[in-house]
Ligand binder design. Structure first.
Ligand code: SAM
Length: 265
Protein backbone atom coordinates (compact mmCIF):
# COMPACT_ATOMS: atom_id res chain seq x y z
CA UNK A 1 0.00 0.00 0.00
CA UNK A 2 1.30 3.45 -0.93
CA UNK A 3 2.23 5.67 1.99
CA UNK A 4 0.19 8.91 1.66
CA UNK A 5 1.82 12.30 1.29
CA UNK A 6 -0.07 13.72 4.30
CA UNK A 7 -1.79 16.45 2.31
CA UNK A 8 -3.54 19.04 4.45
CA UNK A 9 -6.47 20.35 2.47
CA UNK A 10 -9.82 20.23 4.22
CA UNK A 11 -10.08 22.20 7.46
CA UNK A 12 -13.49 20.81 8.48
CA UNK A 13 -12.52 17.17 7.88
CA UNK A 14 -9.24 17.68 9.79
CA UNK A 15 -11.14 19.30 12.66
CA UNK A 16 -13.56 16.35 12.93
CA UNK A 17 -10.85 13.70 12.74
CA UNK A 18 -7.79 15.10 14.58
CA UNK A 19 -8.14 18.85 15.11
CA UNK A 20 -10.73 18.46 17.87
CA UNK A 21 -8.06 16.73 19.96
CA UNK A 22 -5.43 19.36 19.10
CA UNK A 23 -7.45 21.84 21.10
CA UNK A 24 -7.22 20.23 24.57
CA UNK A 25 -3.65 19.25 23.74
CA UNK A 26 -2.76 22.88 22.97
CA UNK A 27 -3.93 23.95 26.43
CA UNK A 28 -2.03 21.14 28.14
CA UNK A 29 1.10 21.87 26.10
CA UNK A 30 1.03 25.54 27.20
CA UNK A 31 0.57 24.47 30.82
CA UNK A 32 3.70 22.37 30.46
CA UNK A 33 5.59 25.18 28.69
CA UNK A 34 4.66 27.93 31.18
CA UNK A 35 5.49 30.77 28.78
CA UNK A 36 6.05 34.30 30.05
CA UNK A 37 3.37 36.92 29.40
CA UNK A 38 4.09 39.67 26.88
CA UNK A 39 6.06 37.47 24.45
CA UNK A 40 6.21 37.79 20.69
CA UNK A 41 5.38 34.33 19.27
CA UNK A 42 5.90 32.58 15.97
CA UNK A 43 3.82 29.42 15.49
CA UNK A 44 4.87 27.06 12.70
CA UNK A 45 2.33 24.68 11.14
CA UNK A 46 -0.67 26.30 12.85
CA UNK A 47 -3.18 24.15 10.93
CA UNK A 48 -6.73 25.15 11.82
CA UNK A 49 -5.52 27.31 14.73
CA UNK A 50 -5.81 25.09 17.82
CA UNK A 51 -2.56 26.25 19.46
CA UNK A 52 -2.92 29.78 18.08
CA UNK A 53 -6.22 30.33 19.87
CA UNK A 54 -4.91 28.73 23.07
CA UNK A 55 -1.92 31.11 23.10
CA UNK A 56 -4.20 34.09 22.57
CA UNK A 57 -6.59 32.88 25.27
CA UNK A 58 -4.20 31.88 28.02
CA UNK A 59 -0.66 33.18 27.43
CA UNK A 60 -1.12 36.96 27.27
CA UNK A 61 1.00 37.32 24.13
CA UNK A 62 2.21 40.67 22.81
CA UNK A 63 1.78 39.21 19.31
CA UNK A 64 1.39 35.87 17.54
CA UNK A 65 2.37 35.25 13.92
CA UNK A 66 0.98 31.86 12.90
CA UNK A 67 1.90 30.20 9.62
CA UNK A 68 1.08 27.04 7.70
CA UNK A 69 1.81 25.95 4.12
CA UNK A 70 -1.84 24.97 3.60
CA UNK A 71 -3.90 27.89 2.29
CA UNK A 72 -7.09 26.07 3.25
CA UNK A 73 -5.99 25.62 6.86
CA UNK A 74 -4.79 29.22 7.15
CA UNK A 75 -8.14 30.46 5.83
CA UNK A 76 -9.97 28.18 8.27
CA UNK A 77 -7.91 29.52 11.19
CA UNK A 78 -8.11 33.15 10.08
CA UNK A 79 -11.91 32.95 10.01
CA UNK A 80 -12.05 31.65 13.58
CA UNK A 81 -9.24 33.31 15.54
CA UNK A 82 -10.18 36.98 15.51
CA UNK A 83 -7.80 38.28 18.19
CA UNK A 84 -6.11 41.50 16.99
CA UNK A 85 -2.74 40.35 18.38
CA UNK A 86 -2.80 37.35 16.02
CA UNK A 87 -1.91 37.36 12.32
CA UNK A 88 -1.82 34.45 9.88
CA UNK A 89 0.58 33.89 6.99
CA UNK A 90 0.73 31.11 4.42
CA UNK A 91 4.16 29.46 4.52
CA UNK A 92 6.02 26.42 5.75
CA UNK A 93 9.25 25.89 7.67
CA UNK A 94 11.19 26.68 4.50
CA UNK A 95 9.63 30.16 4.19
CA UNK A 96 9.04 31.46 7.72
CA UNK A 97 8.04 35.01 8.57
CA UNK A 98 10.68 36.98 10.48
CA UNK A 99 10.59 39.77 13.04
CA UNK A 100 13.12 42.55 13.66
CA UNK A 101 15.19 41.44 16.65
CA UNK A 102 13.70 37.94 16.50
CA UNK A 103 10.73 36.23 18.17
CA UNK A 104 10.78 35.45 21.91
CA UNK A 105 9.18 32.04 21.37
CA UNK A 106 8.85 29.79 18.34
CA UNK A 107 6.46 26.87 18.76
CA UNK A 108 5.11 24.06 16.63
CA UNK A 109 2.45 21.52 17.59
CA UNK A 110 2.07 18.13 15.86
CA UNK A 111 4.17 19.15 12.87
CA UNK A 112 7.84 18.11 13.16
CA UNK A 113 7.20 14.47 12.19
CA UNK A 114 5.54 15.60 8.94
CA UNK A 115 8.30 17.85 7.59
CA UNK A 116 10.71 16.20 5.13
CA UNK A 117 13.81 17.10 7.17
CA UNK A 118 13.20 17.90 10.87
CA UNK A 119 16.84 19.00 11.38
CA UNK A 120 16.52 21.64 8.66
CA UNK A 121 13.11 22.70 9.92
CA UNK A 122 14.35 23.11 13.49
CA UNK A 123 17.35 25.14 12.25
CA UNK A 124 14.88 27.43 10.43
CA UNK A 125 12.74 27.80 13.57
CA UNK A 126 15.80 28.59 15.64
CA UNK A 127 16.98 31.15 13.14
CA UNK A 128 13.81 33.21 13.75
CA UNK A 129 14.47 33.47 17.52
CA UNK A 130 16.07 36.36 19.34
CA UNK A 131 19.24 35.38 21.28
CA UNK A 132 18.06 33.65 24.45
CA UNK A 133 14.64 32.94 22.95
CA UNK A 134 12.88 29.59 23.38
CA UNK A 135 11.72 26.98 20.91
CA UNK A 136 9.22 24.26 21.79
CA UNK A 137 7.28 21.54 20.01
CA UNK A 138 5.08 18.54 20.61
CA UNK A 139 4.17 15.43 18.60
CA UNK A 140 1.61 12.70 19.25
CA UNK A 141 2.92 9.47 20.75
CA UNK A 142 1.58 7.42 17.85
CA UNK A 143 3.47 4.28 18.85
CA UNK A 144 1.71 3.82 22.19
CA UNK A 145 -0.03 6.69 23.98
CA UNK A 146 -2.33 7.99 21.23
CA UNK A 147 -4.92 5.36 22.15
CA UNK A 148 -7.66 5.87 19.56
CA UNK A 149 -5.21 5.58 16.69
CA UNK A 150 -3.19 2.81 18.34
CA UNK A 151 -6.31 0.66 18.68
CA UNK A 152 -7.27 1.48 15.08
CA UNK A 153 -3.91 0.38 13.64
CA UNK A 154 -3.62 -2.71 15.84
CA UNK A 155 -6.96 -3.93 14.52
CA UNK A 156 -6.27 -2.77 10.95
CA UNK A 157 -2.96 -4.69 10.88
CA UNK A 158 -4.61 -7.79 12.38
CA UNK A 159 -7.11 -7.61 9.51
CA UNK A 160 -4.72 -6.72 6.70
CA UNK A 161 -0.93 -6.49 6.96
CA UNK A 162 -0.86 -3.77 4.26
CA UNK A 163 -1.88 -1.41 7.07
CA UNK A 164 1.60 -1.73 8.63
CA UNK A 165 3.05 0.65 6.04
CA UNK A 166 0.56 3.37 7.02
CA UNK A 167 0.72 3.06 10.83
CA UNK A 168 2.11 6.39 12.10
CA UNK A 169 3.64 4.53 15.06
CA UNK A 170 6.05 2.90 12.59
CA UNK A 171 6.33 5.76 10.12
CA UNK A 172 7.41 8.42 12.62
CA UNK A 173 10.36 7.36 14.80
CA UNK A 174 10.80 11.04 15.75
CA UNK A 175 7.71 10.72 17.94
CA UNK A 176 9.47 9.72 21.16
CA UNK A 177 11.01 11.75 23.97
CA UNK A 178 14.61 10.51 23.33
CA UNK A 179 14.33 11.25 19.59
CA UNK A 180 13.03 14.76 20.24
CA UNK A 181 15.78 15.41 22.77
CA UNK A 182 18.41 14.21 20.29
CA UNK A 183 16.95 16.51 17.61
CA UNK A 184 17.06 19.57 19.90
CA UNK A 185 20.55 18.69 21.21
CA UNK A 186 21.85 18.30 17.65
CA UNK A 187 20.50 21.78 16.82
CA UNK A 188 22.77 23.23 19.52
CA UNK A 189 19.90 24.33 21.74
CA UNK A 190 20.58 24.56 25.49
CA UNK A 191 18.41 23.68 28.53
CA UNK A 192 16.73 20.97 26.48
CA UNK A 193 13.85 19.38 28.34
CA UNK A 194 11.20 16.84 27.32
CA UNK A 195 7.85 15.94 28.84
CA UNK A 196 4.66 13.95 28.37
CA UNK A 197 1.41 15.84 27.86
CA UNK A 198 -1.82 13.86 28.17
CA UNK A 199 -5.40 14.68 27.33
CA UNK A 200 -8.67 12.77 27.39
CA UNK A 201 -10.19 11.88 24.01
CA UNK A 202 -13.74 10.94 24.99
CA UNK A 203 -15.97 9.79 22.14
CA UNK A 204 -19.73 10.29 22.54
CA UNK A 205 -20.26 6.72 21.32
CA UNK A 206 -18.91 4.26 18.76
CA UNK A 207 -20.30 6.24 15.81
CA UNK A 208 -18.48 9.35 17.01
CA UNK A 209 -15.27 7.28 16.98
CA UNK A 210 -15.82 5.54 13.65
CA UNK A 211 -17.44 8.18 11.44
CA UNK A 212 -14.38 10.46 11.05
CA UNK A 213 -12.43 7.48 9.67
CA UNK A 214 -14.95 7.39 6.82
CA UNK A 215 -14.50 10.94 5.63
CA UNK A 216 -11.38 12.46 7.11
CA UNK A 217 -8.12 13.06 5.35
CA UNK A 218 -5.13 11.11 6.61
CA UNK A 219 -3.57 7.64 6.57
CA UNK A 220 -6.25 5.83 8.60
CA UNK A 221 -9.22 7.14 6.55
CA UNK A 222 -7.22 6.36 3.37
CA UNK A 223 -6.80 2.79 4.59
CA UNK A 224 -10.52 2.45 5.37
CA UNK A 225 -11.36 3.82 1.92
CA UNK A 226 -9.11 1.16 0.33
CA UNK A 227 -11.09 -1.72 1.90
CA UNK A 228 -13.99 -3.45 0.19
CA UNK A 229 -17.30 -3.34 2.08
CA UNK A 230 -17.01 -6.72 3.89
CA UNK A 231 -13.48 -5.87 5.10
CA UNK A 232 -14.61 -2.40 6.20
CA UNK A 233 -17.48 -3.98 8.11
CA UNK A 234 -15.11 -6.45 9.78
CA UNK A 235 -12.73 -3.69 10.82
CA UNK A 236 -15.63 -1.69 12.26
CA UNK A 237 -16.84 -4.69 14.29
CA UNK A 238 -13.33 -5.50 15.53
CA UNK A 239 -13.00 -1.92 16.73
CA UNK A 240 -16.44 -1.96 18.31
CA UNK A 241 -15.40 -5.02 20.35
CA UNK A 242 -12.11 -3.36 21.38
CA UNK A 243 -13.78 -0.15 22.54
CA UNK A 244 -16.50 -0.92 25.08
CA UNK A 245 -18.64 2.05 26.00
CA UNK A 246 -19.10 3.22 29.58
CA UNK A 247 -22.45 3.39 31.42
CA UNK A 248 -23.33 6.67 29.66
CA UNK A 249 -22.47 5.21 26.22
CA UNK A 250 -19.28 7.23 25.82
CA UNK A 251 -15.84 5.78 25.10
CA UNK A 252 -13.16 7.34 27.32
CA UNK A 253 -9.65 7.13 25.88
CA UNK A 254 -6.37 8.97 26.52
CA UNK A 255 -3.96 10.58 24.11
CA UNK A 256 -0.34 11.35 24.96
CA UNK A 257 2.00 13.70 23.17
CA UNK A 258 5.71 14.15 23.73
CA UNK A 259 6.85 17.74 24.27
CA UNK A 260 10.28 19.28 23.96
CA UNK A 261 11.78 22.72 24.55
CA UNK A 262 15.16 24.38 24.35
CA UNK A 263 16.82 27.78 24.46
CA UNK A 264 18.82 29.49 21.73
CA UNK A 265 22.26 30.60 22.95
C1 SAM B 1 -1.19 17.38 12.26
S1 SAM B 1 -1.34 18.98 11.58
C2 SAM B 1 -1.14 19.99 13.02
C3 SAM B 1 -1.83 21.31 12.89
C4 SAM B 1 -1.96 22.11 14.16
N1 SAM B 1 -0.67 22.57 14.64
C5 SAM B 1 -2.69 21.36 15.24
O1 SAM B 1 -2.18 21.28 16.36
O2 SAM B 1 -3.80 20.89 14.98
C6 SAM B 1 0.20 19.18 10.73
C7 SAM B 1 0.34 20.56 10.12
O3 SAM B 1 1.69 20.69 9.62
C8 SAM B 1 1.63 21.47 8.46
N2 SAM B 1 2.88 21.25 7.71
C9 SAM B 1 3.16 20.26 6.85
N3 SAM B 1 4.40 20.42 6.34
C10 SAM B 1 4.90 21.55 6.90
C11 SAM B 1 6.12 22.27 6.77
N4 SAM B 1 7.08 21.85 5.96
N5 SAM B 1 6.29 23.40 7.48
C12 SAM B 1 5.32 23.83 8.33
N6 SAM B 1 4.14 23.19 8.50
C13 SAM B 1 3.93 22.07 7.80
C14 SAM B 1 0.38 20.98 7.76
O4 SAM B 1 -0.09 21.90 6.78
C15 SAM B 1 -0.57 20.82 8.93
O5 SAM B 1 -1.32 21.99 9.17
Amino acid sequence: MTVPDDRWLAGDAYERYMGRWSRPLAGAFLEWLRPPAGAHWLEVGCGTGALTSAIARSSEPASVVACDPSDAFVEHARGRVLDPRVSFVTGGADALPSRDGGFDLVVSALVLNFVPNPHEALAALRQRLRPGGGVAACVWDYAAGMEFLRVFWDEAIALDTRAEALDEGRRFPLCSAPALRALFDAAGLTHVDTGAVEVETRFAGFDDYWEPFLRGTGPAPAFVASLDLPARHELRERLRRRLPAGADGSIPLRARAWSVRGVSA
